[in-house]
Design a protein around this ligand. Structure first.
Ligand code: ADP
Length: 288
């Protein structure tokens, strides 16, 4: 089974999955689960970065990852589209199920995974090409069908950038402001019709007005996509996310430390009545 099938019909695809994979849990609220990680761990060389993460991510929701620096938030979301594969010496343990399919199983094609599950990084990273060519690049490379002008316009509209750039599509993407460049990167992700968009600190290099534009855009995007955001900004998580995962560092007697998921719940619970005192310490600013 390929991920192509998953995206077009996840229900049918899940029927083909090998019997060894357990069915995806539905949440208590019955929301559809997009990702389910099972005892996920990541090791870089001989250093354990993240251990024992069990977490479900829901369709058409914004899920935020918060926690102190170095606790594995980026490592975690890079597992969701196999971006960590690109790091030499990385080892991913446990499972990441995407619509019930093991992303690290032998049938999963990493290129197709990254098409279905797009990523936007901390620093806007447009190619030194025109605005149009930035958006058209991946669809062309993947040989996606349909009218390219329409695809580019749709993606730029989806990223709330069309009105600002429609008269200068042939100009260099590098002529745009930082906030516009970040929305262009979101347009680039949308252009290949993904299912999920992962955002790793997407606004931390931007000014407050551009940050606000990105947050508004995320609200609009969640009707069509599932969004997962890493943010060091707790207010941002509280503003945009329905679900929040708090990661922290587990310290061992031998001096080593690794990232763990401490608590995962609806955002208002994490910020107003967390179950774990470590979460409370972090969100109240007493620790971290
Ligand atoms: P966060 O996003 O919470 O700041 P990271 O996922 O970036 O945390 O990092 C978690 C741990 O993994 C840190 O100790 C970091 O040094 C290590 N790490 C992250 N990326 C790499 C890498 N490419 N190679 C080696 N170690 C890494």
């Amino acid at each position: 089974m390929t991920l192509e099938t998953v995206a077009s019909d996840s229900k049918a695809a899940s029927m083909d999955i090998s019997a060894s994979i357990k069915p995806v849990d539905q949440s208590a609220t019955g929301q559809e689960v997009v990702f389910s990680t099972r005892d996920l761990s990541v090791t870089y060389g001989s250093t354990l970065a993240l251990a024992g993460v069990n977490l479900d991510i829901y369709k058409n929701r914004i899920t935020a990852m918060i926690g102190p620096s170095g606790c594995g938030k980026s490592t975690f979301i890079r597992c969701l589209n196999r971006m960590n594969d690109l790091v030499p010496g990385v080892k991913v343990g446990g499972q990441v199920l995407y619509h019930g399919v093991d992303l690290y199983g032998s049938d999963a094609d990493p290129v197709e995974v990254r098409r279905r599950i797009g990523m936007v990084f901390q620093r806007p990273n447009p190619f030194p090409k025109s605005i149009y060519d930035n958006v058209a690049f991946a669809p062309k490379k993947l040989g996606l069908s349909g009218n390219m002008d329409e695809r580019v316009e749709r993606a730029l509209r989806g990223a709330a950038l069309w009105d600002e750039v429609k008269d200068r599509l042939k100009r260099s993407a590098l002529s745009l402001s930082g906030g516009q460049q970040q929305r262009l990167c979101i347009a680039r992700a949308i252009a290949v019709e993904p299912d999920v968009i992962l955002l790793d600190e997407p606004a931390s290099a931007l000014d407050p007005i551009s940050t606000s534009a990105i947050e508004d855009l995320m609200h609009d995007l969640k009707t069509e996509y599932t969004l997962v955001i890493v943010t060091h900004n707790m207010q941002q998580a509280a503003r945009v996310a329905e679900m929040t995962a708090f990661f922290s560092l587990d310290l061992h007697d031998d001096g080593t430390r690794n990232g763990i998921l401490v608590e995962y719940a609806a955002t208002d619970k994490i910020f107003t009545s967390p179950s774990d005192e470590r979460t409370e310490g972090y969100v109240t600013g007493r620790f971290g």
